[in-house]
Design a protein around this ligand. Sequence first.
Ligand code: NAD
Length: 254
Amino acid sequence: MELKGKVAIITGGAGGIGLSTAKLFLSEGASGIMLVDNNQEALNEAKNVLKSDLVRFMKCDVSLSEEVKAYMEKTISEFGRIDVLFLNAGIEGVVKPIVDYPEAVFDQVIGVNVKGVWLGMKHAFPHLKANGGGSVMITSSVAGLRGTAQVSAYVASKHATIGLMRVGALEGAPDQIRVNSIHPSPVDNRMMRSLEEGFAPGAGELVKENFTKMIPLGRYGTNEDMANLALFLASDKSRFITGASYVIDGGFTA
Ligand code: NAD
């Protein structure tokens, strides 16, 4: 029961990593979870999967300040506090070289993956401070640590979150707010199916095979693998850890 009595917000909460994390947090004793996502259909499915009175669901776009403020306030009004903020919502954009990459998609990816994280910390810090501290986790990627051709917006956004994480860790430390980032290699879920198809339309399986060959442990990560790391960073077991980037990649970047 690593999260006994703790209240957590999970953005992108109806997606692969977010939903697995919600399940794990519940099984570890979380006393309240606010699941935030901009996909209503996915939120409805998540409700059916989780079937718990301890979870609230909110349709929000994390790139819009008013909506971020609203999900923080709703969490406070429902549960009275925020202990854990998992800034996990993200989009992959498209797979195209920079010269062909649509400007509107670039702005959208930066809006969700970077501004969404910045807004999350901006609106959560006062609540976390009022609690005497808390843990913020940001889902970056191995794409935040190295380049990959044809996904410029995604790679730029995931590098940017490391900067935000470091600044958040420094600004939050006096108030016992910890901020860390998580860097998965390919995870076996919807986002990778979309990227595989983008890299080789009609031959996504081949892309998966090639990526898998580059992972020393010989497989993609699972949503549950990511949830386990999020649990550690959310819990008091990581109480002296802040400002750190956690690679979770089966040896991919080694
Ligand atoms: P996913 O697509 O299943 O989940 C992402 C969720 O974010 C979706 O439910 C989506 O509806 C939601 N979302 C998108 N835009 C939003 C917005 N503006 N406001 C609120 N919610 C929004 O994929 P996932 O793998 O679970 O992604 C979670 C995080 O993990 C993302 O930040 C992603 O970049 C990162 N990541 C994923 C992989 C991978 O291989 N899947 C690898 C490294 C990092």
